[in-house]
Design a protein around this ligand. Structure first.
Ligand code: NDP
Length: 244
């Protein structure tokens, strides 16, 4: 198990950084990808402080060329990618009636097209090795919808449909495909929400608190593990009970 290689997208901050550390702790050789992570002194220092040394890789999911290049580099240097965590994601919120096509496109391209193209990069190797774990980070918004987020909800619901289809295609090859759907988690993404909206969300969470990136990372590490080998096509919600 210790020579298994994992690639995490959106690894520079928030949930992706917590997933990177959880997989390092579990013994994986981790490639940590984000748009500008390679020469980030802040990321390098945080990793040094953690005692782990994942490989930082620049990757822009909006660009098919960048995806090919970044995955190519990891496959060349590490020889394999056994676990892919599609975690990177963005929001461009606005009501549908006024939403600019550029905001629709940016969210769908990053969150859904980017994840699909990343998956295409790892499938041939996983199929050859007859072992793989693909974990896509969706959202409660993809399950329940959210006013003002039609683009984001479509991208996150799309990940669920894609994962269930891929799980059916890949079952015979020993590759599992699952989704983790976080609820309201303390990161840069949620920090930007207006205070009033934050209070309203908090009031609707049965566990009465916001979640941590580490709580999402623990679910991902489990789904990546050998022990989760009979779980595929599932959506694991880490949401404090806000949606059941
Ligand atoms: P953050 O906004 O904190 O971090 C987003 C990450 O995605 C960063 O590492 C960023 O890299 C990366 N990223 C953004 N655009 C691109 C791109 N074009 N190419 C490559 N990487 C990119 O997000 P969170 O940690 O909050 O969220 C992580 C995931 O969890 C997302 O998919 C999000 O939708 C989902 N989620 C989050 C919830 C929450 O409450 N926080 C709830 C439900 C789901 P860079 O630093 O280079 O910009």
């Amino acid at each position: 198990m210790s020579n298994r290689v994992a690639l995490v997208t959106g690894a520079s901050r928030g949930i992706g950084r917590a997933i990177t550390l959880a997989l390092c702790r579990a013994g994986y050789d981790v490639a940590a990808a984000a748009t500008t992570i390679e020469n980030s002194p802040e990321f390098a220092e945080a990793m040094r402080a953690s005692g782990f040394s994942p490989t930082a890789i620049n990757l822009d999911l909006r660009s098919p060329e960048s995806i090919k290049e970044a995955f190519g580099r990891v496959l060349k240097s590490k020889g394999r990618i056994d676990v892919l965590v599609n975690n990177a994601g963005i929001t461009r919120d606005g009501l549908a009636v006024r939403m600019k096509q550029a905001d629709w496109d940016a969210v769908l391209r990053t969150n859904l097209d980017g994840a699909f193209l990343a998956i295409q990069q790892v499938l041939p190797g996983m199929m050859r090795n007859r072992w793989g774990r693909i974990i896509n980070i969706s959202s409660v918004v993809g399950q329940a919808g959210s006013a003002g987020q039609v683009n984001y909800a479509a991208s996150k619901a799309g990940l669920i449909g894609m994962s269930k289809s891929l799980a059916q295609e890949m079952g015979s090859r020993g590759i599992t495909v699952n989704v983790v759907a976080p609820g309201y988690i303390a990161t840069d993404m949620t920090k930007e929400l207006p205070e009033e909206r934050q209070q309203k969300i908090l009031a609707s969470i049965p566990l009465e608190r916001i979640g941590t990136p580490e709580e999402v990372a623990a679910a991902v590490a489990f789904l990546a593990s050998e022990e989760a080998g009979y779980i595929t096509g599932q959506v694991l919600a880490v949401n404090g009970g806000i949606y059941m």
